[in-house]
Every structure is written in C-alpha cells, then in structure tokens.
Design a protein around this ligand. Sequence first.
Ligand SMILES: Nc1ncnc2c1ncn2[C@@H]1O[C@H](COP(=O)(O)OP(=O)(O)OP(=O)(O)O)[C@@H](O)[C@H]1O
Length: 232
Amino acid sequence: MSMRFSVEGLDQHYGSAQVLRQIGFEIAPGECLAVLGRNGAGKSTLLKCLMGLLAPSAGTIRIDGADATAWSPHRRSRAGLAYVPQGREIFSELTVGENVEAAARAHGTYGTPAMDEAIDLFPVLREMWRRPGGALSGGQQQQLALARALVTQPKLLILDEPTEGIQPNIVALIGEVLRALKGRLSILLVEQYLDFAIDTADGFVILSRGAIVEAGRAETMTRDHLSRFIAV
Ligand SMILES: Nc1ncnc2c1ncn2[C@@H]1O[C@H](COP(=O)(O)OP(=O)(O)OP(=O)(O)O)[C@@H](O)[C@H]1O
C-alpha cells in the first residue's frame, strides 16, 4: 500500500521572492519523514507543491518512479497522496458523516471495511456523526480531517501541523494512530511540536529560508540538535 516518493531540485517563487530552493528528499515506503522549520521557512509552500496546488518553478516530483511534477491534484490524490492542510478545511455545513462519506465516495471506498476501519481510529467521530463539522472542537475537527484523508486509503499521508492548537490527550491519540499506520503507508509530517515529531518520525528534513539545512535519520538526531532549528 505504500509508495516511493521523492523530490529533486524543487524551487518555488511567489513573484520575485524565492520561497523554496533546491529541495530534495525521498520518503521510503512505510516511513515517516518530518519536515521541521521556523514560521515562514517554506513548509506549507512545499506541501502545496507536492500536492499540485502550486506549480514549482523548477524540480521534479516522483511517485513510484513516475514523473508526477505536472500531475493535477486530482491525479496525485488518485495515485495515493492525501493531504490534511493546516486549518483542516473540513466542510463545516456538512455533518461529520457527510464529510467522511463524500471523501470515501470520491475514492470508491464507500461502504468498504477500509472506510469503517479509518473511522474507528477516532471513536469521537461516531458520537458526533450527525453533527455539523463546524460544531466540532479543533481537536475533533483534526480527527475528522485525518479520517477523511484515511478513508481514501492513501499511500502517502501529508500532514501540515496536525497538533497545532490541539489539547494534549488528542495529540497523544493522533500520535498513536500515526505510529500504528506507519509501515502500511508513508507519512510526510510538517510539525512545530518537536517531541511529537521525534516520537513519530524515522527521518528529518530541516528547512530554513526555503532551503534544506540539515537532514538525517531519526537515530542520528538528538533532541537538542533538532531544537536549535525550530526554537524561535
Ligand atoms: N501566497 C503567498 N504570496 C506571497 N508570499 C507568500 C505566500 N504564501 C507564503 N508566502 C511567503 O513564503 C514564505 C514561506 O511561507 P510558508 O507558509 O510556506 O512557511 P511555513 O514554513 O509553512 O510557515 P508557517 O509555519 O508559518 O505556516 C514566507 O516568507 C511567506 O511570507
């Protein structure tokens, strides 16, 4: 179920401002790569390029060896990428159930055991099933956004700061879910919460002013070392 995903020489500009510079990395099947960096380092921009929401000005994105750089977001999603943006972007007028079911229908997984399995990861969603998405707390909305991504049976789950503004017990639940999912799918985690990233990631990439300033396997990175790159 997991994919080989890689990026080479990726540049991105907003007008004349260069926001990403020669970004390159690979995510091995089933592994979690964490991207760390201070506010404004270019993390969200990178994820948008990977999803096809922004066109990079240079570079190549590969999915299982195929050049996916020019693929539409829809085609990337079909190929197994799922993206949970910062702020979650759930449909607040639709019920929890409708949010999840719409995603499953769009990916042909509606009514399958895979759909139920993804929902069961977050018990609160069954309790809130008929409530509008907008009535959920931030932590509940994050769980909904994750379930909505997971019912599509992604091969690579791309998460933009999933712990932001969320209470500790839900952060712990999300961490458990991600660690249980690793191996079955790959994860690209943008995170400012260092301990969460350390508990979850197999490898790190650190962005500063749009460039990778450090990269390596989790075992070779100490907390002290990593914290230098994200402390404000
Ligand atoms: N639409 C835009 N137009 C122009 N500049 C932008 C735009 N979006 C982001 N930027 C700039 O690009 C740089 C990178 O922003 P980006 O949001 O990718 O950083 P980030 O690392 O995700 O930060 P944060 O954690 O605050 O979201 C910043 O300097 C930001 O001001």
